[in-house]
Design a binder for this molecule. Structure first.
Ligand SMILES: [Zn+2]
Ligand SMILES: [Zn+2]
Length: 437
């Protein structure tokens, strides 16, 4: 008989409960219930060990477990041969779970290396949910997060506190001059990038301050700022993620809002720096944005930004051909995981651009612009003002708003789902709307 007991006393002091589980694999008890050992071996899948008891009825499993709290076994179903059931004693009854294996063992969402781990985690969860159900229900009603904010909780990692719930008045046109003071990055909302996480050692939720129980996948972890919370608490955490530069490794292909928050800028530095360089020495260049630079050199610019951020040197000393800089800007916009015109607003723009009446159309496009996340809106506004300047040099660069629309349409917006026919139909409309704004 294999026996394991463990004490979670020190870990669960917040819940003030004392736990000692006896995990027992039932190998003794009434032999009449068991099929002969050699038959058990024959039908035993190689991923089960001694916990496997062959084909057994529910009643026999119950009898074998002999009422020992925490005892468990795996049996093959009599009704559906080839399927397996975990029989587990908890709270004076035998609980039966359909048990699966796909390289790991699972009965629900969490996947385990061994059945033993699965049972341990299951017992912890069952225990806490039974003994502390009421407490869990109330756990999130008075979160410490609301009093402290997570920047205080992570103050060793973060430099400053956020001003939450602050929204800037939004401008609805690109026609205005850029004379407004820059919006500070902290006014941008950013959702946390939560992923299910297995914590080593005891961890406490940074939202509700309670213990994160279980053997694996005890909670979720934000890979951008490092916030750790219960899965159920993650739904309540406000969109105030402040990415940590040390966690944001790249500039290209990084989410736009994440990048500007991490670098504390209004717009992605790639957009600002490329546009500045182009306006300095490229506005009169023939076929600006249409003529492509050497792709190897464009790749060099990308690497320079990924490596050096705002310290990247993109001056004429290094890249004499302005088409390389223009190409890098287009590449940056095209490589965004969420396009500047987000998937969320895509169809709104396509519908708006189809409206025949120019006034109604413009109104609808502006409505769409207001739906954009602030960092996306600000980037688009800045880019449009730049492209307007490009068209002012049309006699030199031969680029008018329609040409630019063709170049930038697919770069700034992509359909949420790639459907070839729909994409083709939308193509014209996609660059068409840019002419209107
Ligand atoms: Zn975060
Ligand atoms: Zn929590």
């Amino acid at each position: 008989m294999k026996r394991l007991s463990f004490n979670l006393n020190s870990l669960l002091d917040l819940l003030a409960i004392e736990v000692t589980f006896q995990l027992t694999m039932s190998l003794s008890a009434n032999v009449s219930c068991l099929s002969p050992l050699d038959l058990q071996m024959e039908t035993r899948p190689k991923y089960y060990g001694r916990e496997f008891h062959g084909m057994l009825s529910r009643e026999c499993a119950d009898e074998l477990l002999g009422g020992a709290e925490g005892a468990y076994l795996v049996r093959e179903s009599q009704r559906q041969p080839g399927t397996h059931t975990l029989a587990l004693r908890f709270g004076d009854q035998t609980l039966n779970y359909r048990l699966f294996y796909d390289g790991k063992h699972f009965v629900g969402e969490k996947r385990f290396e061994t059945v033993h781990d699965l049972v341990t985690d299951g017992l912890i969860t069952l225990y806490i949910e039974t003994k502390a159900a009421e407490y869990i229900a109330k756990m999130t009603t008075n979160p410490i997060y609301e009093h402290l904010g997570y920047t205080s909780l992570l103050k060793d990692k973060m430099g400053h506190r956020l001003s939450r719930g602050h929204t800037e008045p939004r401008r609805v046109t690109f026609q205005r001059e850029d004379n407004c003071p820059s919006e500070k990055q902290s006014s941008y909302d950013k959702i946390h990038n939560f992923k299910v996480h297995t914590f080593r050692g005891p961890h406490w939720c940074e939202y509700c301050a309670n213990f994160m129980w279980g053997l694996i996948a005890q909670g979720v972890h934000c890979s951008d700022c490092g916030l750790n919370v219960h899965k159920q608490c993650s739904k309540l955490v406000p969109s105030d993620c402040q990415p940590d530069l040390r966690r944001i490794k790249k500039v290209f292909s990084c989410d736009l809002t994440t990048l500007v928050k991490a670098h504390n800028t209004t717009r992605p530095m790639v957009v600002d720096m490329c546009i500045k360089e182009i306006e300095l020495r490229g506005l009169q260049s023939e076929g600006l944005y249409r003529v492509s630079g050497f792709s190897e050199h464009i790749e060099d610019v990308r690497l320079a930004f990924d490596r050096d951020g705002e310290k990247a040197d993109i001056s004429a000393n290094v890249y004499n051909d302005i088409n390389i800089i223009a190409g890098a800007l287009k590449l940056y916009l095209r490589d965004l995981p969420i396009p500047v015109i987000t998937f969320h607003v895509y169809s709104r723009f396509i519908q708006a651009a189809k409206i025949p009446n120019p006034d109604t159309r413009l109104e609808a496009i502006h409505e769409g612009l207001l739906q954009l996340p602030p960092a996306h809106y600000e980037t688009l506004r800045y880019l449009m003002m730049h492209l307007k300047k490009v068209t002012m040099f049309e006699k030199d660069n031969f680029m008018n708003s329609e040409n630019l629309g063709i170049v930038f349409g697919p770069t700034l917006m992509q359909p949420p789902e790639q459907n070839a026919l729909a994409t083709l139909n939308d193509m014209r409309v996609r660059y068409g709307w840019m002419v209107y704004v």
